[in-house]
Structures are given as C-alpha cells and as structure tokens.
Design a protein around this ligand. Structure first.
Ligand code: MF3
Ligand code: CO
Ligand code: CO
Length: 307
C-alpha cells in the first residue's frame, strides 16, 4: 500500500497533517494496524454540531444524577427513586430513554448488591449496608446521555466498599486507555488487568457501547480484551460508554427468567458498576457525563456518604 506522506492529511480524520498527528505513533506501532489506517471517515464520527448535542445530553444526564443522589438512603423504595427520575426528566423537557426500550418498564435501572445490571425498580426499600447502582439514560433533542454510579447506603462493610472503589478506579483506567484512533481493546485490557490484580472478575456478557442518536450502536466496548471487537478504531468524533461491571466472585451472570431483565451474578456474589459517556476527540477522551457533586477520580469511598 502506498504510505501517507508527511504533509498529507492524517488518516484518522482529524484534519491535521500526518506529521502533526499519527505519524510518530504509527512508526512506533502504537496506533491502528496499517490496513485500518485508510478507514473511510466513519458515519459514527460526529461533527461539531453532533458533538455539541452529545455534550448537552451528557450534561443534563449528569444533572439528573446529582438530583437523585440526595434521595439515595435506607428506607426509600427503588420505585420511588424511579418516579423522581421520571418526573425530573420530563419537567426539564427531556425523555427517560429506558422507559419502553425493548419493553423495559421503568425510567432507570437500579441494581443492588448481587444484581449486575438492569435491575427493575420495585417496592423494595434500600437497606443499610446495600451497594446500589443507579443507571440513568436521558434523551435531549434526540441525543443520548448514559451513566451510572454505585452508591453506598449507610454503613457498608469493607468487602463491598473495596469493590465499589476498585470498580470506580477501573472505569477511569479504561477511559484513560482510550486514545484518538487507538483500539477499543486497550480499554478492556486496562480494566481487566486492574480488576484481576485486586482479585475480582470482569463481567463479559454485557458491555459498553457506541451512543449518539441511538441508545446502543457500534462499537461494542468489552471490558475485557476481546481481540475481535477490540480491533475497532476510536476515530475522533465517535461517542461510546465505558461501564465495567466487576464481581467479587465468578464473572458469569444469570438472567432472571421471570422478568426477562434482571441480571444476577451466577454465584450471587456482589457486583458493582460505574459508567460514563465519552466523546473521543482529536486530543483524547472527553467525558460528557461528569457530575458536579459525585465522586471525582481517585475518590476515597471510606468517606462514608457519596455526596
Ligand atoms: N443504561 C444501560 C446501559 O448502560 C441500558 C439499560 S437498557 C434497559 O447501556 F432497558 F435495561 F433499561
Ligand atoms: Co450504557
Ligand atoms: Co447505562
């Protein structure tokens, strides 16, 4: 194949000259494999208008998370939390994306303790010592924002606290590993390396995903090194989620056959999750769903309350 000249436009679609962009990384073998350095610009790459749409959706979704965090405490029913999310979202002119999505019945997912993901809010009350993931997705002017946090309810034992803290850190390591025109596999490699060092397992049955005007789209973002899906190249302008689910015990999951949604750990060990929506830019990942009041990177979950 004919090589790109130093002054040609870079293959990644950044609009910069090759020498100012990927030339050095390519020479060091650190970016996409040669056959993928001629990728036609992908329809998944958002222009500035699309990026602004995603920024607004992410920002609003983070605002919903900051709204609901004050209500997360022992004694509240999870369907009451869902109702609060639902009403707040509509009052602000946005749409809760999960309501009616493939028949899903609620406006968010609330997954406690041994529930991995897609827990359906119900009449059960949060209890002291629970760890509970709240996963929120909003649609703002047709654009999707998607994020989750695991909260500590009251006094949580050390085993659960350590899992939550490690899951949070693993998400950040995954985001860090995403480079402009780098490969998706690096995300899962970073997450699983860290999780395994801590003695945890990484859920394989559910993944992060591309996101935009559609809730779930290409690319799939596995949280372990999947060398097939992992070859996908994260060109600038592509949006995706990083949402590792980390288990204390076995990585395998079991779907509740009665409700068709709730996902448990197969061995009923504890599971935690965090999620952000990320825009890949020419300069690296931009996190679209940062909250104002949630845990920052490096948060010490020993602090007790999350707020
Ligand atoms: N928010 C979840 C995700 O991160 C998806 C929930 S879909 C639902 O991708 F139907 F279960 F709500
Ligand atoms: Co998601
Ligand atoms: Co989500």
């Amino acid at each position: 194949m004919n090589e790109l000249g130093r002054n040609d436009l870079c293959w990644c679609g950044s609009g910069k000259k090759y020498k100012k962009c990927h030339m050095r990384a390519d020479e060091a073998g650190k970016s996409a494999p040669p056959q993928q350095r001629r990728l036609a610009p992908s329809p998944l790459q958002l222009d500035e208008e699309g990026r602004e749409g995603m920024r607004r959706a992410g920002k609003f979704n983070a605002q919903v998370m900051d709204f609901i965090r004050d209500h997360v405490r022992a004694g509240i029913r999870t369907d009451a939390l869902d109702q609060l999310v639902h009403d707040y979202t509509l009052e602000h002119g946005a749409i809760p994306a999960t309501l009616g999505y493939n028949g899903y019945p609620k406006s968010c997912c609330i997954s406690r303790n041994e529930i991995v993901c897609h827990g359906i809010p119900n009449d059960a009350e949060l209890r002291d010592g629970d760890i509970v993931n709240i996963d929120l997705t909003s649609i703002v002017d047709g654009w999707y924002g998607d994020q989750s946090e695991t909260f500590l309810v009251g006094a949580v034992d050390e085993k659960a606290r350590a899992l939550v803290e490690a899951t949070f850190e693993s998400m950040w390591l995954g985001i860090d590993a995403a480079k402009p025109a780098g490969r998706v596999v690096e995300i899962g490699r970073a997450i699983s390396k860290f999780a395994h060092e801590k003695g945890y397992s990484v859920v394989r049955d559910y993944q992060g995903h591309g996101i935009g005007r559609v809730f779930h789209q290409e690319p799939g973002i596995p949280h372990f090194p999947d060398y097939e899906l992992g070859q996908f190249v994260l060109l600038p302008g592509i949006c995706f989620t990083v949402e590792p689910m980390i288990n204390v015990g076995d990585y395998r999951t079991e779907l509740d056959r009665k409700d068709g949604w709730t996902v448990y750990t197969k061995d009923r060990s504890l599971s935690a999750q965090f999620e952000h929506t990320v825009l890949m830019t020419e300069d690296g990942p931009e996190i679209l769903t940062l909250t104002e009041r949630g845990p920052r990177r490096g948060h010490d979950f020993r602090g007790g309350a999350d707020a």
